[in-house]
Design a protein around this ligand. Structure first.
Ligand code: HEM
Length: 493
């Protein structure tokens, strides 16, 4: 009798233990109260990352909200973010009516994890390979910078609007890296540019409702800008299909002239029907489109902020100019080879990337299955949002984060600090273009500052940006005035 009571007690105790262990593992995440249907969208305000940081103080570095119909987990802590984004089942992409339907989940940005992994490996290798004409990023960027600096000379002394100033040059340099041909005439590049910018726009509340409450978007496609978003993709794809067709007509197997030819080779050698490179899957145009859309607006916005900070902090500008004079050989223009000898300029690039964080909420991830993360249950199809802006402005990591202070990247622990910089996200979907973006920013800043001083015209603008998937500064003007450099002196002799 005593034994059976003991046994019963043991079984009951075990059940209780299992129950509590199970309950612990399935805690749901804390979070603020939102509205029915709209969720927390109306509460995000003008600067959502600040709101996320505010909520994180109450609910912790990982909490949940709703973006319309989407359950959304917001992560504002470096370590948690690195951990979460290294999990394959937290590295999918959510269904977004404006992007998932037109892309059919092909390409790099909106594809699912496994397809993305395959495409990413190829793209990274291909972009690194500078042996093929069209891939040589240094030359491509250099050419764009030279043309850009020439165009500034024509506008010397007059007020120049900076927002939008770099769009075409950046597009041009990416184009030169991907295609061996020249960027087509102006109207065609405007199609490419318009479509790229439309695709990365976040839109107002109505546009957000169209994306995050899909039935509302389907019911009111014009009002919620779903129609114009879808058209942007259509224009872009039509344009790229034509370019790819032209390549196919002149392509010679295993003799790639550029990125597109190398991709055609890859398609040719792929026999596995499950591979994303299998001909019928037709990933090529989406992957190429993604390289344009993901690179042009982001890099242009970073350069616009760079001009804003240079004009605002003339002492930073002067120190970069001194470094250029010291390092860049006479009669030469700055090149990527000079970078290792320009620690101050490199620190400024890091600080620009930190301070501006032009993709403030990253690109949304998706849980592709139920996941238990730090004892919290993240159900399948939960969206994950990285508060990259909050992380790059976290006072626990960055002493005085609201000051633009490049020196923070020059101390002995600067390598450590650079690792904490999360402008390009982290983990399995980390931006594959970070190196190119850094190269572009370095080359444009040094190319411009070698030749010009930058000043605000009259009004000193705010350092605050306009919020969007990609942040830009508010419109502002500067003047570019020629400097007398050692190169000019030498030429005059
Ligand atoms: C300053 C410039 C740039 C910034 C701040 C930036 C930032 C980002 C961020 C935050 C992501 C999201 C990563 C994630 O989902 O966790 C991303 C993804 C991506 N970026 Fe960039 N990026 C920049 C420039 C570029 C350039 C120059 C390229 C290409 C040449 C590029 C190509 C991509 C692609 C293809 C993805 C999608 C990756 C994937 O889904 O696996 N980006 N970028």
């Amino acid at each position: 009798m005593e034994l059976s009571i003991l046994l019963l007690g043991f079984v009951f105790g075990l059940q209780l233990l299992v129950y509590y262990a199970f309950r612990q593992k399935n805690k749901s995440l804390p979070g603020p109260l939102g509205f029915p249907i709209l969720g927390h969208l109306p509460l995000l305000g003008q600067h959502p990352p600040r709101k996320f940081t505010e909520w994180a103080k109450t609910y912790g570095p990982i909490f949940q909200i709703r973006f319309g119909s989407f359950r959304t987990v917001v992560i504002s802590d470096v370590k948690l973010l690195s951990e979460a984004f290294s999990v394959p089942s937290l590295s999918g992409r959510p269904f977004m009516i404006t992007h998932t339907i037109p892309t059919e989940r092909k390409g790099l940005v909106f594809s699912e994890y496994l397809d993305n992994k395959e495409q990413r490996q190829f793209v990274l290798r291909a972009l690194k390979d500078s042996g093929i004409k069209g891939y040589a990023f240094n030359d491509a960027i250099h050419e764009s910078v030279t043309q850009f600096v020439q165009s500034l000379k024509a506008q010397e002394g007059t007020g120049v609007q900076v927002v939008g100033l770099f769009n075409l040059s950046i597009l041009n340099s990416v184009w030169n890296c991907i295609m061996s041909s020249k960027l087509p005439a102006n109207d065609l590049s405007q199609v490419l540019l318009g479509a790229s910018n439309r695709i990365t726009a976040f839109g107002g509340l109505l546009a957000q409702l169209g994306v995050f409450i899909p039935w509302f978007g389907l019911l009111f496609p014009n009002l919620t800008e779903i129609t114009s978003g879808t058209k942007a993709y259509k224009d872009l794809y039509t344009f790229l299909d034509e370019q790819i067709k032209r390549h196919r007509e002149t392509w010679i197997k295993n003799k790639p002239r550029d990125f597109i030819d190398a991709y055609l080779d890859k398609i040719e050698e792929t026999t596995d029907e499950n591979s994303s490179f299998f001909a019928r899957k037709n990933f090529i145009r989406s992957t190429v489109a993604d390289l344009f859309t993901a690179s042009s607006d982001t890099t242009s916005a970073s350069l616009e902020f760079s001009m804003l900070y240079m004009a605002k902090y003339p002492n930073v500008q002067k120190r970069i100019q001194e470094e250029i004079s010291k390092v860049v050989p006479i009669l030469s223009e700055p090149s990527l080879h000079d970078r290792e000898n320009m620690p101050y300029t490199e620190a400024v690039v890091n600080e620009i990337l930190r301070f501006s964080t032009v993709v403030p909420m990253g690109i949304f991830h998706n849980a592709t299955e139920d996941v238990t993360f730090h004892d919290y249950r993240i159900p399948k199809d939960t969206m994950l949002l990285s508060n990259l802006y909050g992380i790059n402005h976290d006072p626990e990591i960055w002493q005085d984060p609201e000051n633009f202070r490049p020196e923070r990247f020059m101390k002995e622990d600067s390598q450590q600090k650079r690792k904490l910089l999360h402008t390009f996200s982290v983990g399995r979907r980390i931006c594959p273009g970070d190196r190119i973006a850094r190269d572009e920013i370095f080359m444009f800043i040094t190319g411009i500052l070698q030749k010009f001083d930058i000043k605000f015209t009259s009004v000193i603008p705010s350092l605050e940006g306009e919020f969007g998937f990609v942040r830009h500064p508010k419109p502002f003007e500067v003047t570019f005035s020629s400097r007398i450099t050692s190169v000019d002196n030498k030429c005059a002799e």
